[in-house]
Design a binder for this molecule. Structure first.
Ligand code: TRP
Ligand code: SF4
Length: 329
């Protein structure tokens, strides 16, 4: 059985999620779950491809991440939310697909080369790291997902998943469905230092941050560096605070108060940040409060993942049977 409206996406368990994840993925997932049959999962095996030498944080990271997903509105009664490593079917399909995937397809993957050069503190000359896109392909193909919401960096991996699906179908008959990337335009989410928001830069605002913590992070946030004194006019186009206004503050207020106020030095940066917080705190408070509430119920993550596992297993098991029958294995 295939559904034309099936969506699948995964996220590595990096720990607590921040506003970059919220506006880069979760908000989109939350909308998709209303219109599509959605499968969302925590890609813990994928975390191993780069973090295999240090796994002590992984269980906590999974828990924190699921709590954040739920708090951000991923609804287990609408979407199937599961943990990758509970679905052995992914691993079996991964093995079978690895038999038909030419190594040069993996070696020419741009992300593979880039990451090997960038993550120099880790030994990434492993089989698992090279085979990562085959694992990702099996995550997708085992649900016959039509749409995969991902960032632009993941598009080469999706292209590879399509190539693997085609090769499989040519060899054994039409079983697998070619997935399409679902690219969404995301607002730029700067961290408090103006660089891209990232845990490793220490510039992130987390979904689990209290309103007080958010306020304490926004107050010293980097602004237009050329605006040194209160009477200097500023340029919102180069200011990371203004990028946050674009996310949280209504356009009318930006156009009539913030933008001209900044350019004429009519408002100071602290005023500007105060105006931002007036919109930001009410928007984030419900997520924070829901997360606080969820975190007191120790069994909730376990229950959600258990239920998601059972639902995912049905679909994954069915595809795997078809794949094995087609391969006569
Ligand atoms: N590779 C993705 C990332 O690092 C995570 C991921 C694993 C994924 N399997 C997937 C995303 C399948 C979409 C579909 O962000
Ligand atoms: Fe940035 Fe606002 Fe200061 Fe202008 S007034 S530089 S937009 S923080």
């Amino acid at each position: 059985m295939t559904s034309k409206n099936r969506v699948l996406s995964g996220m590595r368990p990096t720990g607590r999620l921040h506003l970059g994840h919220l506006f880069g993925a979760l908000d989109n997932w939350r909308r998709l779950q209303e219109a599509y049959e959605c499968f969302f999962f925590v890609a813990d095996w994928h975390a191993l491809t780069t973090e295999y030498a240090d796994t002590k944080g992984i269980r906590d990271n999974i828990r924190e991440m699921v709590l954040d997903m739920l708090a951000a509105g991923i609804d287990p009664s609408k979407a199937t939310l599961f943990l990758q490593s509970r679905l052995h079917e992914h691993a079996e399909l991964y093995l079978l697909l690895s038999m038909i995937t030419p190594v040069p397809w993996l070696e020419r993957n741009p992300t593979y080369k880039e990451q090997q050069q960038e993550l120099t503190t880790k030994d990434l000359s492993t089989h698992g790291f090279l085979g990562y896109p085959v694992l990702m392909a099996s995550d997708i193909l085992i649900y016959k997902a039509n749409h995969v919401p991902v960032g632009i960096d993941q598009v080469p991996h999706l292209e590879l998943a399509r190539e693997i699906a085609r090769r499989f179908n040519t060899l054994y008959g039409e079983v697998l469905v070619e997935p399409q990337p679902l690219l969404t335009e995301f607002a730029k989410v700067p961290g408090t230092d103006g660089r891209k928001m990232s845990k490793s830069y220490g510039n992130a605002i987390y979904l689990s941050d209290s309103p007080e913590q958010v306020t304490a992070k926004i107050k010293p946030m980097v602004t237009d560096p050329a605006r040194v004194r209160r009477r200097d006019p500023g340029n919102p186009d180069v200011c990371p605070v203004f990028d946050l206004h674009k996310i949280f503050t209504p356009k009318v207020e930006r156009d009539t108060a913030i933008d001209p106020g900044c350019r004429t030095a009519g408002i100071g940066c602290l005023d500007c940040k105060g105006m931002l917080l007036e919109h930001m705190l009410p928007a984030l408070r419900p997520i924070y409060e829901k997360r606080q509430e969820l975190a007191t119920r120790s069994e909730v993550v376990q229950e959600v993942l258990e239920d998601g596992w059972a639902r995912a297993k049905k679909v994954a098991g069915e595809t795997l049977s078809e794949v094995k029958a087609a391969m006569r294995i």
